[in-house]
Design a binder for this molecule. Structure first.
Ligand code: SF4
Length: 337
């Protein structure tokens, strides 16, 4: 019989993927929760009295985040008001089912839930987007719309910050992807535990930044938490898939690789002359953007005009075209006075 490494005298029933320690269930819970508490306090993610929206998808990460944040809030008296914010992309057979899980979390944890749909914000569901764009660039539309939808939802709920369920594996994958793409701007941002798009914007925080995906699954399993585990039916995301497979292969020969990559990403020094995006307010929709018009408006205009590929790719022809037309429009309005 292997005894729990924490010297509690109980039999060990699991091996922690992060440390390799043999632990009993209770000592694993304690270690898991204490590490997240430490991440929150060291990173100064919240202030007493904050209203925090959890970006809730019904998946394992956001479900565990909601459960643990509620628990730590009560245990350590953070004095937070926690609410759930879900984005309904309009993906039949995926998001409609996962939202049922979020509703169960709402009832189980007694938290307010706000669901915002792409349909109400943009007049398009992802089902409709995929019917015109196919399954190649669908995640570009979905990702751009989701980022903005979360900002819009956070504003409606008047929260102080949005907590997302990004875990250590997600962040290590993103570091790798940004290195492989040579995307220094995103590389600089992706390891930050707290991000603001600008001074006035509502910050995003990642309390699970140092939490391994395998441990999140273990925790949810032993706590019998209800979560939705099916993959999105439109999930090609080939590039992230390759980074994930690569990481899994590396992990077999070097178990600490996830933390190593995150630490490497955190330590990278960037030249001061690297071009940083200048954040502004989109003149079309009024939300934060680094370009005029913002990517969400360009993609939406492309869809509405029947030219869905208009905003795909870096500084596309579509973006330049719409920006030019907007300038002309502004010019005309000015000349009318
Ligand atoms: Fe959206 Fe792509 Fe994620 Fe599906 S896999 S939810 S389409 S970003």
């Amino acid at each position: 019989m292997v005894l729990c490494k924490a010297n509690c005298g109980n039999k060990a029933i699991l091996k922690r993927p992060k440390t390799g320690d043999a632990l009993c269930k209770e000592c694993f819970f304690t270690a898991f929760e204490c590490e997240i508490h430490e991440t929150i306090t060291k990173g100064q993610l919240f202030k007493s009295g904050d209203k925090v929206a959890i970006g809730a998808s019904g998946g394992k990460d956001s479900t565990v985040l909601a459960y643990v944040l509620k628990l730590l809030n009560e245990r350590y008296k953070y004095n937070l008001k926690i609410v759930l914010l879900s984005i309904d992309e309009g993906i039949t057979g995926y998001r409609d089912d996962s939202l049922e899980t979020v509703k169960k979390n709402r009832d189980d944890y007694g938290m307010e839930l706000k669901i915002l749909s792409y349909e109400e914000l943009y007049g398009w569901t992802m089902d409709k987007v995929v019917s015109v764009i196919g399954k190649t660039n669908n995640c570009t539309f979905c990702g751009v719309f989701r980022r903005q939808a979360l900002d819009r939802g956070a504003k409606m709920l008047e929260v102080d910050c949005v907590a997302t369920g990004h875990n250590a594996d997600d962040i290590a994958e993103t570091v790798l992807m940004n290195i492989l793409r040579g995307d220094m701007v995103r590389l600089r941002r992706c390891t930050k535990i707290k991000t603001h798009s600008n001074e006035d914007a509502i910050p995003r925080v990642k309390p699970l930044k140092y939490t391994y995906e395998k441990e999140i699954v273990m925790y949810a399993h032993f706590k019998k938490l209800v979560y939705f585990s099916t993959e999105c039916i439109f999930a090609p995301n080939a590039y992230r898939g390759h980074a994930r497979m690569f990481l899994k292969d590396l992990e077999k020969i070097r178990p600490s690789v996830i933390m190593d990559i995150i630490h490497s990403g955190e330590q990278i020094q960037f030249k001061e002359n690297i071009k940083k995006p200048v954040l502004d307010i989109c003149q079309t929709c009024g939300f934060v953007s680094s370009c005029q018009p913002c990517k969400a408006c360009v993609l939406l205009e492309g869809l509405n005009r029947g030219l869905p590929k208009l905003g795909i790719g870096k500084k596309s022809k579509g973006e330049r075209m719409i920006a030019q037309q907007n300038l002309e429009r502004i010019h005309r309005v000015k000349n009318d006075f």
